[in-house]
Design a protein around this ligand. Structure first.
Ligand code: SF4
Length: 437
């Protein structure tokens, strides 16, 4: 019996516990669960990624980092929640070159009915394996037909079963706007993938998709989310619409776009559609890949640096142009150091920063000081002069901070001007993390 790792075994356990009816053969269900959970792993907008591969198949130890099917997301209040991550089907009438499920790929295909996804979700939920559902799909028959089925899963969970767990629905921009709108009425979060950073890349690698259609659908969702939020402020019982907002995903490294183009696109998306998150997914060579794709994946460290630059934009007050200023002349983020340090090394005249007098904005620019450390510093200095020992309680490495800060008992002498500062501060070895292995 083909069993898809630990995820299949969980499904098997559920069958043994009698969750499923006799009309649902165990082999078939687990097989489909394996195929459709594995096919969903390429969507990064809900992923536990960036860790080394480990398992306990040799009967030693406990646990695994390799399984697909359950992923983690963060609720608006910051809680980490486990989601059943599935495709409704990996059949698709589109032929996006970068996608393992494209029409011309010869992967094994499978399909769930909406009712089956509902039963799976409820079964996993009742057994406390998950707290919600992340559901996406290939396009089967037509965009409208597929969108109807996705909406039906969410509607049935909410209306027929009073399901109060988290639901993230991928929506299909080519579908009727009314159907896309319905997704927001049932789901906590909705997302539409912009797929590639540039319109040229999209036209070349996803010939069935259209940048203007994607932008239009994202704009409609953004408008509906804002409207519902405003109504919620006025009326206690105003209908909810995607209260956890909208997100999107961009594939990095498939189309030759530079980091400068990616950061520019991401900041435009945040501004235009008030997105909660832009996810970056390092292009991963797929089985039976199209000849127009690069043969090698970009370093996963590049994806990591893009996430760091995204945080600079969202939480540290950097303008897109400032993030671009931290890049190398070829428009790429350096891989050996993080973008905040790269920016500081380019603008050394802004340092050292006096931790006892500088405003919050200047503190946030100090490499090695995160938002929590800055909050702690601001609180501490209300009561006493901050010393290096205080810094040690708030950060992991005071040594790396020394060139950039002044405290009551420390003032660097020309340290920030040293030519070898970059080499001294670059971590000795960055481990390449595996996403899908
Ligand atoms: S629409 Fe494109 S990206 Fe989505 S499943 Fe089909 S081929 Fe893959």
């Amino acid at each position: 019996m083909p069993v898809a790792g630990w995820f299949g075994q969980i499904g098997l356990a559920m069958l043994e516990m009698g969750t499923y009816h006799e009309h649902m053969p165990a082999d078939d269900l687990i097989d489909r669960l394996g195929i459709l959970a594995d096919a969903a792993k390429y969507d990064a907008s809900c992923a536990s990624s960036g860790t080394a591969k480990r398992n306990s198949r040799d009967a030693k130890g406990l646990g695994s980092t390799e399984g697909m099917g359950i992923c983690h997301a963060y609720a608006p209040d910051g809680r980490c929640i486990s989601l059943l991550k599935l495709l409704l089907t990996n059949h698709c009438v589109f032929d996006c070159h970068y996608c393992v499920n494209r029409k011309s790929s010869n992967v094994r295909r499978a399909r769930f009915t909406p009712q089956e996804v509902v039963e799976l979700t409820l079964g996993f939920y009742r057994r406390n394996f998950i707290e919600g559902l992340f559901l996406s799909s290939g396009i089967v028959r037509s965009s409208n037909h597929t969108m109807e089925q996705l909406v039906e899963v969410a509607r049935c969970l909410r209306e027929d079963h009073d399901f109060r767990g988290y639901i993230h629905l991928k929506t299909i921009p080519e579908a009727d706007p009314e159907l896309v709108h319905q997704a927001g009425l049932w789901a906590d979060r909705v997302s539409i993938n912009v797929e590639l950073p540039t319109a040229g890349g999209l036209a070349r690698l996803a010939p069935d998709k259209d940048a203007a259609t994607i932008a239009g659908a994202m704009g409609e969702l953004a408008g509906a989310i804002t409207e519902a939020k405003d109504a919620g402020k006025r009326y206690r019982h105003a209908p909810r619409f995607a209260p956890a907002g909208q997100s999107t995903q961009m594939i990095v490294g498939a189309d030759g776009a530079s980091d400068a183009e990616i950061v520019g696109r991401a900041s435009g998306l945040y501004a235009d559609y008030r997105l909660r998150r832009v996810y970056y997914s390092a292009f991963s060579p797929i089985p039976d890949a199209s000849a127009v794709l690069p043969l090698r994946r970009p370093p996963l460290l590049r994806e990591h640096r893009l996430y760091q630059s995204d945080w600079l934009l969202r939480f540290y007050g950097y303008a897109p142009g400032e993030v671009r200023a931290a890049m190398e002349p070829d428009g790429m983020l350096p891989l050996d150091i993080d973008p905040k340090l790269a920016w500081a090394l380019k603008f050394r005249e802004r340092f050292p920063v006096d931790l006892n007098t500088a405003p919050r904005e200047a503190l946030l620019r100090v490499p090695g000081l995160g938002t929590r450390a800055v909050k702690g510093l601001l609180a501490a200095r209300r009561h006493r002069a901050v010393r290096l020992a205080d810094l040690a309680k708030l950060t992991t490495s005071v040594e790396r901070l020394r060139p950039f800060v002044v405290t009551a008992d420390w003032r660097p002498t020309a340290l920030v001007d040293r030519e070898d500062l970059r080499a001294r501060l670059a971590p000795r070895r960055e481990t390449q993390l595996e996403l899908f292995g």
